[in-house]
Design a protein around this ligand. Structure first.
Ligand code: BGC
Length: 250
């Protein structure tokens, strides 16, 4: 087996890592998860990243996702994490904490990279839009397989709801005890809106709720083909490892 690459997925509530065989997208160890420190200040999060690197005894470059706009390793927004991330050089911070080279990419973009390489988007050309439905809504757009990064569709305004993730994220379903159909109708409205703007060839819907696809996928009415993510909650870890191994982004 080719040497495995570490992927770390940083979320609002948990930070998860695993080793990935980037030749086939398989996770090859047992996932290691640590609660996201609260408050989720940069130094505290970097400390957890270093703990995960140590746990897997990694000495090669690795990849990290982050739930924000990320450009050149710098995090430029902070919707669900401590505001001090805005303008933080996350790449530099994680590299200082671990002594290793790190690629940092938006979490939904990473999930998209994973799905396009080894999941529901494998071999798909045209315009593919992936949404992650979790604490927020993340998005990734691919044109003929190439990523258009940092699209942040969860921050669109829709029918007076701004950002739309505060109305249609999976967490909103739980927080407000919405039925699957009531919540799925909200997602459907967002898909309808995106369909009008992008005329996509495929929607991929990810996040933890993709496991329950049979329960709510039937409420979606878009004309566009819609499929659940195939890599489920591992997509971000797999994508982060791919980015690190292929240096897709800086
Ligand atoms: C963040 C995105 C992220 C999404 C899912 C949003 O609040 O702005 O960057 O992809 O949550 O975690």
């Amino acid at each position: 087996m080719a040497a495995a690459t570490l992927g770390i997925d940083i979320g609002a509530s948990g930070i998860k890592g695993n080793l990935v065989d980037t030749a086939n997208g398989a996770v090859v160890a047992t996932r290691y998860r640590i609660d996201t420190p609260q408050p989720s200040k940069p130094e505290a999060v970097a400390e957890v990243v270093a703990q995960i690197v140590k746990h897997f005894e990694v000495s090669e470059p690795f990849g990290c996702t982050f739930p924000a706009v990320v450009k050149g390793g710098v995090t430029l927004s902070a919707a669900n994490v401590d505001k001090s991330w805005i303008g933080t050089d996350a790449k530099k911070l994680f590299e200082a904490a671990t002594g290793l080279e790190v690629s940092v990419i938006n979490d939904a973009d990473a999930a998209g990279v994973g799905e396009m390489a080894f999941g529901a988007g494998q071999g798909r050309r045209g315009v593919v839009v992936l949404l992650t439905l979790g604490s927020g809504i993340g998005s990734a757009v691919f044109v003929d397989g190439d990523l258009v990064p940092n699209t942040e569709f969860g921050h669109l305004e829709l029918r007076g709801h701004s950002p739309v993730e505060d109305w249609a994220a999976a967490s909103v379903k739980d927080d407000n005890d919405l039925s699957w159909s009531a919540w799925a109708k909200r997602v459907d409205r967002l898909l309808d809106h995106l369909e009008h703007i992008f005329s996509p060839d495929l929607f991929i819907l990810g996040g933890g709720v993709s496991r329950k696809w049979d329960t709510w996928g039937k409420y979606l009415t878009s004309e566009v083909e819609i499929v659940p993510a195939a890599l489920r909650n591992e997509a971000g870890i797999v994508g982060a490892a791919i980015v690190a191994s292929r240096s897709i982004l800086a």
